[in-house]
Design a protein around this ligand. Structure first.
Ligand SMILES: NC(=O)c1ccc[n+]([C@@H]2O[C@H](COP(=O)([O-])OP(=O)(O)OC[C@H]3O[C@@H](n4cnc5c(N)ncnc54)[C@H](OP(=O)(O)O)[C@@H]3O)[C@@H](O)[C@H]2O)c1
Length: 166
């Protein structure tokens, strides 16, 4: 199973503000949907609560330390290894870590691939994307999208793969 992360990050490193995504970019949401549809998505409880409901067409795996949490349409788990095992047991070819900050930070060692949208804006935020070691990643594609009347910032869809050392 390929373990991928998918994220949108501002020029100054932010991914969230007040438990929301700090921009409205329908083209990025379409890209997120197209990329993750049919695959398990793994998220922290704060990101799940911010969305409010499970993402349709995907196995939703929510990580929390709250052993009482239950939500229809979600597999609730209590740690990172359990989340990955739950996706693996679904015979998934690829699973997606979809945030937020705490979950990205703790899962970096498991990522094989990173779908990284650079949002070309400097914004205020309170949750950042963790620093990655550039030596461990190679860019395999990059696609610039110009802003328009519905998408208020330019963005670039970049895909990275982890470099394999022999
Ligand atoms: N730009 C993007 O692409 C993107 C994507 C996703 C999210 N976001 C944004 O990111 C922000 C949320 O990120 P966040 O860092 O505050 O929260 P988060 O990572 O979504 O969730 C944190 C919660 O996950 C649970 N958790 C974390 N590590 C755990 C572990 N090892 N074992 C068990 N449970 C664990 C805890 O839940 P309990 O407290 O219940 O134990 C913790 O409070 C929001 O602003 C959201 O909009 C942005």
């Amino acid at each position: 199973m390929t373990v991928s992360a998918i994220v949108a990050v501002s020029e100054n490193g932010y991914i969230g503000k007040e438990n929301q995504i700090p921009w409205h970019l329908p083209k990025d949401l379409q890209y997120f949907k197209k990329t993750t549809l049919g695959h398990p998505v793994i998220m922290g409880k704060k990101s799940f609560l911010s969305m409010g409901k499970p993402l349709p067409g995907r196995q939703n795996i929510v990580i929390t330390r709250d052993t009482m949490m239950y939500h229809s349409g979600c597999d609730v788990v209590h740690g990172i290894p359990e989340a990955l095992l739950t996706a693996y047991q679904s015979q998934a070819s690829e699973c997606f870590i979809i945030g937020g900050g705490e979950i990205y930070k703790q899962t970096i060692p498991f990522w094989d691939k990173l779908y990284f949208t650079r949002v070309h804006a400097t914004i205020e935020g309170d949750v950042s994307f963790p620093e990655l070691n550039a030596d461990e990643w190679q860019e395999i594609s990059s696609h610039f999208i110009e802003k328009d009347e519905k998408n208020t910032f330019d963005m670039t869809f970049i895909v990275y793969e982890r470099l394999k050392h022999t």
